[in-house]
Unconditional design. Structure first.
Length: 211
């Protein structure tokens, strides 16, 4: 095993098309704060530098423009790894129930990863399913991701094999951290789960975790 003190930078993925939701999910307000801003605030608590991966500029937010075209999260992660040349903690903007505890534990697991691990990710306990969009990618992961891009294979979990991943299992009680908003039904479920009314303009209720 190994321990690394190299600073891990944070990347919020906000370049999706949001086609199923029908509007830009990154700007969707939850508890009065756009999802992308919540994710930036959360990553800023555990990373010394944070940027948003997007295909456009977002006023008031640090943006790392995706250098690829319509290849999903792969493009943002690869752009960050090649631009920064350091470990990157990735978080999708559409996980509004993510908590600081999950990120702190993920970073601790990354420090204790095997030397050959290119990725440290949460994994659903008892299953092969991993959370590739709430994970830490090492600089050396850029090579297989670049190869996948050339081959037209864009799924992050396929490009980094299990033999080169370090998994941190989560329980059913922790699964809500990874709830993501893709459809209007997901949005309604989110509001219901958090005791909020599902209104098109969002709620102004203050978050217990973020400003």
């Amino acid at each position: 095993m190994r321990s690394s003190h190299e600073a891990v930078w944070g990347l919020v993925l906000a370049g999706g098309l949001s086609s199923r939701l029908g509007r830009d999910k990154a700007l969707l307000p939850f508890r009065g704060v756009p999802l992308v801003e919540r994710a930036v605030a959360l990553l800023s608590r555990v990373c010394p530098r944070v940027a948003v991966s997007s295909r456009r500029m977002l006023p008031g937010l640090p943006v790392l423009l995706d250098a690829t075209e319509r290849v999903g999260p792969l493009g943002g992660v690869l752009t960050a790894l090649e631009a920064w040349q350091r470990p990157v903690l990735v978080l999708a903007c559409d996980m509004p129930r993510m908590e600081e505890e999950a990120l702190v534990r993920l970073l601790a697991a990354r420090r204790a990863r095997p030397a050959h691990a290119l990725m440290t990710a949460w994994a659903r306990h008892g299953t092969p399913y991993i959370e590739a969009l709430a994970a830490v990618y090492e600089p050396a992961a850029a090579a297989p991701l670049r190869q996948g891009l050339a081959m037209g294979v864009y799924q992050l979990s396929r490009l980094i094999p299990a033999s080169h991943r370090h998994h941190l299992p989560y329980t059913e009680a922790e699964a809500h951290w990874f709830f993501n908003v893709n459809t209007p039904e997901d949005l309604a479920q989110l509001h219901e789960a958090c005791g909020l009314q599902a209104r098109g303009h969002g709620s102004q209720e203050a978050s217990p975790h973020l400003p």
